[in-house]
Write a protein that binds this ligand. Sequence first.
Ligand code: UDP
Ligand code: MG
Length: 302
Amino acid sequence: MMLSVVVPCYNEEGNVALFYKEAMEAFKRSNMSFEFVFVNDGSTDSTLSVLKKLCSGPVPMKIVNFSRNFGKEAAMMAGLEASKGDYVVVIDADLQQKPELVLDMLGTLEGDESVDCVAAFQESRGESKPLAFFKKSFYKLINKMSDTQFFQGASDFRCMRRRMVDAVIGMKEYHRFSKGLFSWVGFNTVYMPYTAAPRAAGDSKWSFRKLFRYAVDGIESFSTAPLRLPLYLGVLFLALSVILFVILIFAAKEFIDIAVMFFVGGTVLFCMGIMGEYLAKAYVQGKGRPVYIVKEIIDNEK
Ligand code: UDP
Ligand code: MG
Protein backbone atom coordinates (compact mmCIF):
# COMPACT_ATOMS: atom_id res chain seq x y z
CA MET A 1 0.00 0.00 0.00
CA MET A 2 1.22 3.47 -0.84
CA LEU A 3 0.26 6.92 0.43
CA SER A 4 0.44 10.02 -1.78
CA VAL A 5 0.88 13.30 0.06
CA VAL A 6 -0.58 16.15 -2.02
CA VAL A 7 0.56 19.61 -0.96
CA PRO A 8 -0.67 22.80 -2.70
CA CYS A 9 1.91 25.56 -2.29
CA TYR A 10 1.60 29.25 -3.03
CA ASN A 11 4.42 31.41 -1.70
CA GLU A 12 5.42 29.00 1.04
CA GLU A 13 9.23 29.43 0.94
CA GLY A 14 9.36 29.61 4.73
CA ASN A 15 7.31 26.46 5.21
CA VAL A 16 8.00 23.76 2.62
CA ALA A 17 11.32 22.57 4.06
CA LEU A 18 9.89 22.49 7.59
CA PHE A 19 6.83 20.67 6.30
CA TYR A 20 8.97 18.12 4.46
CA LYS A 21 10.98 17.41 7.59
CA GLU A 22 7.95 17.04 9.84
CA ALA A 23 6.09 14.93 7.31
CA MET A 24 9.11 12.62 6.84
CA GLU A 25 9.34 12.07 10.58
CA ALA A 26 5.63 11.32 10.86
CA PHE A 27 5.30 9.02 7.83
CA LYS A 28 8.45 7.06 8.60
CA ARG A 29 6.60 5.83 11.68
CA SER A 30 3.96 4.18 9.54
CA ASN A 31 4.96 1.03 7.67
CA MET A 32 3.47 2.36 4.45
CA SER A 33 5.56 3.60 1.53
CA PHE A 34 4.79 7.18 0.48
CA GLU A 35 5.39 9.79 -2.18
CA PHE A 36 5.18 13.57 -2.12
CA VAL A 37 3.28 15.53 -4.76
CA PHE A 38 3.97 19.23 -4.29
CA VAL A 39 2.03 21.60 -6.55
CA ASN A 40 3.73 24.95 -6.98
CA ASP A 41 0.79 27.23 -7.71
CA GLY A 42 2.65 30.09 -9.39
CA SER A 43 4.62 31.14 -6.34
CA THR A 44 6.50 34.40 -6.77
CA ASP A 45 8.97 33.67 -3.96
CA SER A 46 11.63 30.94 -3.79
CA THR A 47 9.19 28.09 -3.08
CA LEU A 48 10.13 26.29 -6.31
CA SER A 49 13.88 26.32 -5.70
CA VAL A 50 13.39 25.07 -2.14
CA LEU A 51 11.16 22.29 -3.49
CA LYS A 52 13.78 21.34 -6.11
CA LYS A 53 16.36 20.92 -3.39
CA LEU A 54 13.99 18.67 -1.44
CA CYS A 55 13.74 16.45 -4.52
CA SER A 56 17.18 15.02 -3.78
CA GLY A 57 15.74 13.44 -0.62
CA PRO A 58 15.27 9.66 -0.28
CA VAL A 59 11.52 9.65 -0.95
CA PRO A 60 9.71 9.63 -4.34
CA MET A 61 8.69 13.20 -5.00
CA LYS A 62 6.99 15.12 -7.79
CA ILE A 63 6.70 18.85 -8.28
CA VAL A 64 3.85 19.96 -10.52
CA ASN A 65 4.86 23.48 -11.46
CA PHE A 66 2.01 25.70 -12.69
CA SER A 67 2.53 28.40 -15.33
CA ARG A 68 0.88 30.94 -12.97
CA ASN A 69 -1.28 31.09 -9.86
CA PHE A 70 -4.50 29.14 -10.51
CA GLY A 71 -5.76 28.93 -6.92
CA LYS A 72 -5.84 26.18 -4.33
CA GLU A 73 -8.76 24.34 -5.94
CA ALA A 74 -6.81 23.92 -9.18
CA ALA A 75 -3.66 22.98 -7.27
CA MET A 76 -5.52 20.25 -5.39
CA MET A 77 -6.95 18.88 -8.61
CA ALA A 78 -3.51 18.76 -10.23
CA GLY A 79 -2.06 17.08 -7.15
CA LEU A 80 -4.78 14.44 -7.08
CA GLU A 81 -4.31 13.81 -10.81
CA ALA A 82 -0.55 13.36 -10.42
CA SER A 83 -0.87 11.08 -7.39
CA LYS A 84 -0.44 7.31 -7.65
CA GLY A 85 -1.06 6.08 -4.10
CA ASP A 86 -3.75 3.72 -2.87
CA TYR A 87 -4.43 6.41 -0.29
CA VAL A 88 -4.12 10.12 -0.98
CA VAL A 89 -4.00 12.87 1.63
CA VAL A 90 -4.42 16.57 0.82
CA ILE A 91 -2.59 18.74 3.33
CA ASP A 92 -1.52 22.40 3.53
CA ALA A 93 2.13 23.38 3.40
CA ASP A 94 1.98 25.78 6.34
CA LEU A 95 1.92 23.11 9.09
CA GLN A 96 -1.47 24.28 10.36
CA GLN A 97 -2.48 20.69 9.74
CA LYS A 98 -0.03 18.42 11.53
CA PRO A 99 1.32 15.57 9.37
CA GLU A 100 1.13 13.15 12.30
CA LEU A 101 -2.67 13.43 12.17
CA VAL A 102 -2.46 11.66 8.82
CA LEU A 103 -1.39 8.53 10.71
CA ASP A 104 -4.72 8.58 12.60
CA MET A 105 -6.56 9.01 9.28
CA LEU A 106 -4.69 6.04 7.80
CA GLY A 107 -5.45 4.00 10.91
CA THR A 108 -9.17 4.56 10.42
CA LEU A 109 -9.02 3.70 6.70
CA GLU A 110 -6.94 0.58 7.26
CA GLY A 111 -9.14 -0.56 10.12
CA ASP A 112 -12.43 -0.30 8.24
CA GLU A 113 -12.76 -1.34 4.62
CA SER A 114 -16.12 0.46 4.34
CA VAL A 115 -14.64 3.89 5.07
CA ASP A 116 -13.46 5.74 1.93
CA CYS A 117 -12.40 9.04 3.40
CA VAL A 118 -11.36 10.56 6.70
CA ALA A 119 -11.87 14.32 6.68
CA ALA A 120 -10.62 16.66 9.37
CA PHE A 121 -12.91 19.36 10.69
CA GLN A 122 -12.38 22.15 13.16
CA GLU A 123 -14.75 22.16 16.11
CA SER A 124 -13.75 25.60 17.25
CA ARG A 125 -11.50 28.14 15.64
CA GLY A 126 -9.96 31.22 17.14
CA GLU A 127 -12.01 33.39 14.81
CA SER A 128 -13.73 36.70 15.35
CA LYS A 129 -17.46 36.56 16.16
CA PRO A 130 -18.60 38.14 12.86
CA LEU A 131 -16.49 35.70 10.82
CA ALA A 132 -17.75 32.70 12.79
CA PHE A 133 -21.32 33.96 12.31
CA PHE A 134 -20.74 34.44 8.58
CA LYS A 135 -19.43 30.89 8.22
CA LYS A 136 -22.27 29.37 10.24
CA SER A 137 -24.85 31.25 8.18
CA PHE A 138 -23.18 30.07 5.00
CA TYR A 139 -23.48 26.40 5.97
CA LYS A 140 -27.12 26.84 7.00
CA LEU A 141 -27.95 28.58 3.75
CA ILE A 142 -26.14 26.23 1.39
CA ASN A 143 -27.52 23.13 3.11
CA LYS A 144 -31.04 24.52 2.65
CA MET A 145 -30.49 25.45 -0.98
CA SER A 146 -28.52 22.47 -2.22
CA ASP A 147 -29.15 18.74 -2.45
CA THR A 148 -25.49 18.21 -1.63
CA GLN A 149 -24.85 18.31 2.12
CA PHE A 150 -22.00 20.34 3.54
CA PHE A 151 -20.39 19.48 6.86
CA GLN A 152 -19.73 22.59 8.90
CA GLY A 153 -16.06 23.26 9.57
CA ALA A 154 -14.85 20.45 7.28
CA SER A 155 -11.57 21.35 5.63
CA ASP A 156 -9.79 20.12 2.52
CA PHE A 157 -7.45 18.24 4.86
CA ARG A 158 -8.54 14.68 4.19
CA CYS A 159 -7.26 11.21 3.35
CA MET A 160 -9.08 9.28 0.65
CA ARG A 161 -9.01 5.86 -0.92
CA ARG A 162 -8.04 5.68 -4.60
CA ARG A 163 -11.61 4.97 -5.75
CA MET A 164 -12.84 8.24 -4.24
CA VAL A 165 -9.87 10.20 -5.65
CA ASP A 166 -10.68 8.85 -9.11
CA ALA A 167 -14.28 9.98 -8.73
CA VAL A 168 -13.23 13.49 -7.70
CA ILE A 169 -10.79 13.95 -10.58
CA GLY A 170 -13.43 12.58 -12.94
CA MET A 171 -15.41 15.76 -12.32
CA LYS A 172 -14.06 18.15 -14.87
CA GLU A 173 -15.96 21.29 -13.96
CA TYR A 174 -14.06 24.52 -14.17
CA HIS A 175 -15.51 26.24 -11.09
CA ARG A 176 -14.30 23.79 -8.51
CA PHE A 177 -15.70 23.98 -5.00
CA SER A 178 -14.01 21.02 -3.35
CA LYS A 179 -16.13 20.97 -0.23
CA GLY A 180 -19.05 20.29 -2.54
CA LEU A 181 -17.26 17.92 -4.93
CA PHE A 182 -16.02 15.71 -2.08
CA SER A 183 -19.56 15.47 -0.80
CA TRP A 184 -21.25 15.14 -4.20
CA VAL A 185 -19.26 12.03 -5.21
CA GLY A 186 -20.71 10.20 -2.24
CA PHE A 187 -18.64 7.45 -0.56
CA ASN A 188 -18.39 6.92 3.15
CA THR A 189 -16.69 9.79 4.94
CA VAL A 190 -15.72 9.82 8.61
CA TYR A 191 -15.18 13.26 10.18
CA MET A 192 -12.32 13.67 12.59
CA PRO A 193 -12.05 16.77 14.82
CA TYR A 194 -8.74 18.63 14.89
CA THR A 195 -7.38 21.97 15.98
CA ALA A 196 -5.44 23.97 13.42
CA ALA A 197 -2.03 25.12 14.60
CA PRO A 198 -0.86 28.66 13.84
CA ARG A 199 0.91 29.10 10.49
CA ALA A 200 4.62 28.17 10.73
CA ALA A 201 5.57 31.13 8.46
CA GLY A 202 4.01 33.56 6.00
CA ASP A 203 0.42 34.80 5.80
CA SER A 204 -2.92 33.25 4.96
CA LYS A 205 -4.12 34.03 1.45
CA TRP A 206 -7.72 34.54 2.56
CA SER A 207 -9.29 37.94 3.07
CA PHE A 208 -12.93 38.48 4.00
CA ARG A 209 -13.65 39.63 0.45
CA LYS A 210 -12.15 36.43 -1.01
CA LEU A 211 -14.03 34.31 1.50
CA PHE A 212 -17.32 35.99 0.60
CA ARG A 213 -16.66 35.42 -3.11
CA TYR A 214 -15.80 31.78 -2.34
CA ALA A 215 -19.08 31.34 -0.45
CA VAL A 216 -21.07 32.81 -3.36
CA ASP A 217 -19.20 30.53 -5.79
CA GLY A 218 -20.02 27.56 -3.60
CA ILE A 219 -23.73 28.32 -3.63
CA GLU A 220 -23.75 28.94 -7.37
CA SER A 221 -21.88 25.70 -8.05
CA PHE A 222 -24.17 23.52 -5.98
CA SER A 223 -27.59 25.15 -6.14
CA THR A 224 -29.82 26.56 -8.83
CA ALA A 225 -32.36 27.85 -6.30
CA PRO A 226 -31.30 31.52 -6.77
CA LEU A 227 -32.37 31.26 -10.41
CA ARG A 228 -35.93 30.67 -9.22
CA LEU A 229 -35.91 33.87 -7.15
CA PRO A 230 -37.15 36.07 -10.05
CA LEU A 231 -40.16 33.80 -10.43
CA TYR A 232 -41.13 34.07 -6.76
CA LEU A 233 -40.51 37.80 -6.71
CA GLY A 234 -42.53 38.22 -9.89
CA VAL A 235 -45.53 36.51 -8.32
CA LEU A 236 -45.12 38.59 -5.17
CA PHE A 237 -44.97 41.87 -7.08
CA LEU A 238 -47.89 41.01 -9.26
CA ALA A 239 -49.96 40.40 -6.15
CA LEU A 240 -48.61 43.59 -4.54
CA SER A 241 -49.37 45.66 -7.59
CA VAL A 242 -52.99 44.51 -7.56
CA ILE A 243 -53.33 45.58 -3.92
CA LEU A 244 -51.51 48.85 -4.64
CA PHE A 245 -53.78 49.55 -7.59
CA VAL A 246 -56.85 49.12 -5.42
CA ILE A 247 -55.43 51.39 -2.72
CA LEU A 248 -54.32 54.09 -5.16
CA ILE A 249 -57.69 54.29 -6.81
CA PHE A 250 -59.13 55.45 -3.49
CA ALA A 251 -56.24 57.60 -2.19
CA ALA A 252 -54.08 58.85 -5.08
CA LYS A 253 -50.89 59.65 -3.26
CA GLU A 254 -48.56 61.64 -5.55
CA PHE A 255 -45.19 60.20 -4.70
CA ILE A 256 -45.88 56.60 -4.09
CA ASP A 257 -45.08 55.74 -7.68
CA ILE A 258 -41.47 56.88 -7.28
CA ALA A 259 -40.94 54.54 -4.35
CA VAL A 260 -42.55 51.75 -6.27
CA MET A 261 -40.31 52.40 -9.27
CA PHE A 262 -37.15 52.20 -7.20
CA PHE A 263 -38.33 49.05 -5.53
CA VAL A 264 -39.29 47.28 -8.70
CA GLY A 265 -36.23 48.54 -10.59
CA GLY A 266 -33.94 47.38 -7.82
CA THR A 267 -35.51 43.96 -7.71
CA VAL A 268 -35.30 43.50 -11.46
CA LEU A 269 -31.62 44.47 -11.42
CA PHE A 270 -30.94 42.11 -8.52
CA CYS A 271 -32.57 39.21 -10.36
CA MET A 272 -30.70 40.00 -13.54
CA GLY A 273 -27.53 40.02 -11.46
CA ILE A 274 -28.25 36.51 -10.24
CA MET A 275 -28.80 35.30 -13.79
CA GLY A 276 -25.61 37.05 -14.85
CA GLU A 277 -23.66 35.09 -12.25
CA TYR A 278 -24.87 31.77 -13.60
CA LEU A 279 -24.52 32.89 -17.19
CA ALA A 280 -20.91 33.88 -16.52
CA LYS A 281 -20.19 30.44 -15.08
CA ALA A 282 -21.85 28.69 -18.03
CA TYR A 283 -19.89 30.93 -20.38
CA VAL A 284 -16.54 30.12 -18.82
CA GLN A 285 -17.34 26.40 -18.68
CA GLY A 286 -18.51 26.55 -22.31
CA LYS A 287 -15.13 27.77 -23.44
CA GLY A 288 -13.70 24.53 -22.10
CA ARG A 289 -10.51 26.05 -20.76
CA PRO A 290 -8.38 23.80 -18.58
CA VAL A 291 -8.55 24.23 -14.80
CA TYR A 292 -4.77 24.74 -14.71
CA ILE A 293 -1.72 24.76 -16.97
CA VAL A 294 1.43 22.89 -16.05
CA LYS A 295 4.73 24.44 -17.04
CA GLU A 296 6.85 21.44 -16.05
CA ILE A 297 6.75 18.34 -13.91
CA ILE A 298 9.83 17.45 -11.92
CA ASP A 299 9.90 13.84 -10.82
CA ASN A 300 12.86 12.49 -8.86
CA GLU A 301 12.03 8.95 -9.94
CA LYS A 302 12.48 9.68 -13.62
N1 UDP B 1 -2.66 27.86 -1.69
C1 UDP B 1 -2.48 27.57 -3.05
N2 UDP B 1 -2.90 28.48 -3.98
C2 UDP B 1 -3.50 29.67 -3.62
C3 UDP B 1 -3.70 29.91 -2.24
C4 UDP B 1 -3.28 28.98 -1.30
O1 UDP B 1 -1.94 26.52 -3.40
O2 UDP B 1 -3.84 30.45 -4.51
C5 UDP B 1 -2.20 26.87 -0.67
C6 UDP B 1 -1.30 27.45 0.41
O3 UDP B 1 0.06 27.49 0.00
C7 UDP B 1 -1.52 26.51 1.57
C8 UDP B 1 -2.99 26.09 1.38
O4 UDP B 1 -3.31 26.37 0.02
O5 UDP B 1 -0.69 25.35 1.49
C9 UDP B 1 -3.92 26.83 2.31
O6 UDP B 1 -3.76 28.23 2.14
P1 UDP B 1 -3.83 29.25 3.36
O7 UDP B 1 -2.93 28.78 4.45
O8 UDP B 1 -3.59 30.61 2.82
O9 UDP B 1 -5.36 29.13 3.81
P2 UDP B 1 -5.91 29.04 5.33
O10 UDP B 1 -5.09 28.04 6.06
O11 UDP B 1 -5.75 30.40 5.87
O12 UDP B 1 -7.33 28.62 5.13
MG1 MG C 1 -3.16 27.93 6.26
